[in-house]
Design a protein around this ligand. Structure first.
Ligand code: NAP
Length: 311
C-alpha cells in the first residue's frame, strides 16, 4: 500500500478513535464522576446559600426528592403541587433542615391565568435562584383509545404548565443573577420517552419532546446568567411508574434527583443516572422496527396497569 493510500485509510480511523475516546471520557465524567462529588457546597456557592428554589410536583416522587435534597443543602423552598395535606407534610419534613418553606396547592392541569398568578405572587418577593419544573402526567395507550379529557390534561400539565412557569420565572432568575452576581438555574424534567418516537405513549412522548425543544435553546439564550438543563430520566420507582417498572433499569427518585443536580451547571441535557444513560444508548442502537415493536408492547403493558389503577 502506498503512503498516500495508507494515510487516507489511517487518518479517518485515527479521527474516529479520537472522537470515540473523547465521547467515552465525557460520558464517564458526566454520568460517573460528577454524581460522586458532594453537591451541597457547590450548589450553594454557585446559586447562593439561602436563596430560594421553586419545585413543581413537589409533594411526591421525583419532585419530592429534588426538594428534600435542596432543603438539605440549605435552599429555601417554594413547593407547588395539587394536595395541600401532602405539601404540609413536606413543609414540616424539610423545615427540620432549618430552611423556610412556602407552599402553593394548585391543580396544574387547570392552565388558567389565576393558577399561574398564584405561583407568581408567591415567588415575587423571593430571591429565586432555582426553578425545577418537575410536574408531569403520562398515559400509555393507542392514540385513539386515549380519552379526550386525558389528552387535554396531559397537554395542559406537561406543555402549558412547563412553558408558562418557565416564562413567568425566568425574569426572577435573571433578577437574582443581576442582584447577587451569581447564576440562576432552570431544570425542566422531560423523559427518555421524548427522545424517541414511542408507539403506545406517543402523546406523552410528544409533550416531553416539547419540553426538551423548549429547554435546550434556553441554555444558549441565557448562558451568561442561567444554567439550564433538560433532564430525561427513564424509569423511577414513583407512584407514576408503580407496577410497571422493569427492575434492571428502575432507580429511586433520590438517585435520579441527585444525579441531575450534580450535572446542573455542567450540561444542558442529561439522562441523569448512568443506568438511564445506558438505556438511552441501547435504545438508540436498536433498528427502528425492533425498537418500535419492543416499545409498543412495553407501553401497552404499562397501559393495562394504568387502567387497573383507574387512570
Ligand atoms: N416515574 C418515572 O418513571 C418517570 C420517568 C421519566 C420521566 N418522569 C417524569 O418525572 C416527573 C415526576 O414524575 P414522578 O414519577 O415523580 O410523578 P409522581 O410520583 O406521580 O408525582 C407527581 C407529583 O406531581 C404532583 N402533581 C401531579 N399532577 C398534578 C397536577 N395536575 N397539578 C399539580 N400537581 C400535580 C403530585 O401532587 P399530588 O400528589 O398532590 O397529586 C406529585 O407531587 C414527571 O414530569 C414525569 O413525567 C417520570
Amino acid at each position: 500500500m502506498s503512503l498516500g493510500a495508507l494515510l487516507l485509510w489511517e487518518l479517518p480511523v485515527a479521527a474516529v478513535s479520537v472522537i470515540a475516546g473523547v465521547s467515552g471520557i465525557r460520558w464517564l465524567w458526566q454520568y460517573v464522576w460528577l454524581p460522586r462529588l458532594g453537591q451541597g457546597s457547590r450548589l450553594a456557592q454557585r446559586y447562593g446559600a439561602g436563596s430560594w428554589a421553586l419545585v413543581t410536583g413537589a409533594s411526591d416522587g421525583l419532585g419530592k426528592a429534588f426538594a428534600q435534597e435542596l432543603g438539605r443543602y440549605g435552599f429555601n423552598l417554594l413547593l407547588v403541587s395539587r394536595t395541600q395535606g401532602k405539601l404540609d407534610r413536606m413543609k414540616s419534613d424539610v423545615e427540620a433542615h432549618g430552611v423556610q418553606v412556602r407552599t402553593v396547592a394548585a391543580d396544574l392541569s387547570n392552565a388558567s391565568d389565576q393558577t399561574f398568578a398564584r405561583i407568581a405572587a408567591a415567588a415575587q418577593d423571593l430571591d429565586l435562584s432555582l426553578v425545577i419544573n418537575c410536574v408531569g402526567a403520562t398515559v400509555h395507550r393507542r392514540y385513539a383509545d386515549i380519552p379526550a379529557a386525558t389528552l387535554r390534561q396531559l397537554i395542559s400539565v406537561n406543555v402549558n404548565t412547563t412553558s408558562v412557569v418557565t416564562h413567568t420565572m425566568l425574569p426572577l432568575l435573571l433578577r437574582h443573577a443581576a442582584v447577587t452576581g451569581r447564576r440562576g438555574a432552570l431544570l425542566n424534567v422531560g423523559s427518555i420517552v421524548g427522545r424517541f418516537y414511542w408507539p403506545g405513549t406517543q402523546l406523552y412522548g410528544a409533550c416531553k419532546a416539547f419540553v426538551d425543544h423548549l429547554t435546550i435553546p434556553l441554555a444558549y439564550e441565557y448562558r451568561d446568567h442561567v444554567d439550564v438543563m433538560s433532564f430525561q430520566p427513564t424509569v423511577m420507582a414513583t407512584a407514576m411508574a408503580t407496577g410497571t417498572e422493569p427492575a434492571a433499569i428502575t432507580i429511586t427518585p433520590q438517585q435520579a434527583a441527585h444525579a441531575a443536580l450534580s450535572q446542573l451547571g455542567h450540561c444542558d441535557t442529561s439522562h441523569g443516572h448512568w443506568r438511564h444513560a445506558l438505556v438511552a444508548a441501547g435504545l438508540a442502537a436498536l433498528p427502528p422496527m425492533l425498537r418500535n415493536r419492543l416499545l409498543l408492547s412495553q407501553a401497552l403493558e404499562m397501559g393495562k396497569v394504568e387502567l387497573k389503577k383507574g387512570h
